[in-house]
Design a protein around this ligand. Structure first.
Ligand SMILES: [Cu+2]
Length: 175
């Protein structure tokens, strides 16, 4: 009896979660969730959603929902393995280090702009993400930095959703 009830509640919860992922509601959430997912053996791995538009002061929480596989959320920043900076100049870098299944890592975003990040073991498999905070000016320095794409492998660059797509949809998913 209690098991059945839990299943029903679980279904309902899933429905609510899907609805709350609609673009309009993400602005109302205090914490926005990104799931780290993948297939067995790491042959394919991704962040869901891959693109996100949030307001300054909102928190993003990554959770590894991939059984048996570890992931990271790591900002493109010289502080992380000397990678090129692809976050706003005044923003703080982050690196979750390896998250085991069911572990989470959170970042609160205060500086406006575009933030690109990746998963250390799955960057070449296209496991990257882009978060836009606020409404960045179209001619700001960050836009040029993103456009130049210096120092990233082609297959990684191709995986990012465009700034325009994120601005239009607020949430971009690839699955
Ligand atoms: Cu990964």
């Amino acid at each position: 009896m209690s098991v059945a009830r839990r299943e029903v509640l679980g279904l309902g919860g899933g429905l609510v979660a899907v609805l709350s992922l609609s673009g309009r509601d993400v602005w109302a959430e205090e914490v926005v969730e990104i799931r780290m997912q993948g297939r067995a053996y790491g042959s394919h791995a991704w962040f869901d959603p891959i693109g996100l538009l949030i307001k300054p002061g909102q928190m993003v929480r990554w959770t590894n929902t991939n059984p048996g596989i570890s992931h990271t959320t790591t900002a493109y920043h010289p502080a992380n393995f000397g990678r090129p900076r692809r976050i706003p100049e005044r923003a703080k870098s982050w690196d979750s280090d390896y998250l085991l299944p069911d572990e989470s890592f959170s970042v609160t975003f205060t500086e406006q702009g575009v933030y690109d990040y990746y998963c250390v073991p799955h960057e070449l498999a296209g496991m990257v993400g882009r978060i836009i905070v606020g409404e960045p000016e179209p001619h700001g320095g960050w836009m040029e930095a993103i456009a130049s794409g210096s120092g990233l492998p082609d297959q990684t660059l191709k995986a990012f959703p465009t700034v325009e797509e994120i601005m239009a949809k607020r949430i971009v998913r690839r699955v």
